[in-house]
Design a protein around this ligand. Sequence first.
Ligand code: TTP
Ligand code: MG
Length: 407
Amino acid sequence: MGALKWPRASDTLPTMILHLDMDAFFASVEQLDNPELRGKPVVISGQSARSVVATASYEARKYGIHSAMPLFQALKLCPDVLVVRGRRHRYKEISCAVFSILEEYTPLVEPVSIDEAYLDVTGCERLFGPPLKIAKTIKEKVFQETGLTCSVGCAPIKFLAKVASDIHKPNGLTHISIEEMDDFLVGLPVKKVPGAGKRTTQALSSMGIHTLGDLRRFPKELLIKKLGLSGQRLVALAWGKDPSTVSPHAERAKSVSTETTLEKDTTDPQFVKAVLLAQSDEVARELRRKGFYARRVTLKLTFSDFTRITRQTTLPHTTDVAGRIFEETALLFDRNYKGQRIRLIGVGCAEIETQKSEVPCQLDLFGAVKKRETHDEEWEKVEKSMDDILKKFGKEAIFRARLKKKE
Ligand code: TTP
Ligand code: MG
């Protein structure tokens, strides 16, 4: 057999990819937030006659209920099923928390959907241990920080990582090593290959091809003639050649952040807040310089034992204002700090947009539109003037009184 060519392997390191998928995501979040739903058949759905099920809890799946099923059909299968209206904002919040955990292990995180991502952990071994250990740690961390379970697949190529994450769902962990990969591919049903649609699998089935092993034995040219590009892709996958790589989403890559390792560890909240204010200024100035507005604000703290936490807030409107970023990070700090010795402080902004979003409006009692109470506009004016002065007179020209060192 000729030498296999791994997609992103360097000469010495075989690629190792993880695929993580949250279990019954929306339903699990609802069960987490509302203990009365736990252990019960639950579907997330609209409540009209035309609604379809977005997802079903594993208890509901026992009745044959699944995503995309019309609600009336789900109610026929299980008249007692609890129908819950979805809360996108909450799912997004938990999704951000999960992605922040993943980014602690590698910058090569590719979000696929709100509850699913690929990670390229090639070469992370020295830092975090072998891939299976990383997968286990990530599962534990996701559970600790969100209270939810996920399933993870671990394989030398991307599509197999996804196949693997589905094998022991829910709360599964499946590893396909390089040594096991060939046997695994031979026995894999074609319909399990992500992207192999109904029409392709039916066409293959009519040729007697049910597994990738069957596909390997079939004349390649004939397959490509019959199925075109998708045939070509399947032949490559059947031989363990997946050209796709883990590519972090362009939008997510657009983030602005700063961090400071302190000269001496601290437990003084006032000191931390002074640092947060300076960092918020720095990040906001960078946003304004690039013409960006951020929707997500992140606080990062590393403690003296090198454990760390990242916490984030999704804002109702985008911002490039330091005052807003500071208020949010200070609030995150107050909510999450438990007196540990702090070694490093970081502030970041993500979910960057190039358009400013409107400050949300509230209707007052008489239906008139009223602007929400906010200081953003005043801050904005002050900070824009600070930018101008700094540009004209240099870095030391102006600073916040709060940051001035006591003489
Ligand atoms: P999935 O990961 O496909 O499903 P899941 O997380 O609910 O269950 P599993 O344990 O099998 O992974 O989708 C993630 C979320 O996306 C899901 O909780 C609800 C939402 N979703 C829809 O809104 N519509 C759909 O058709 C699907 C498939 C999912
Ligand atoms: Mg899922």
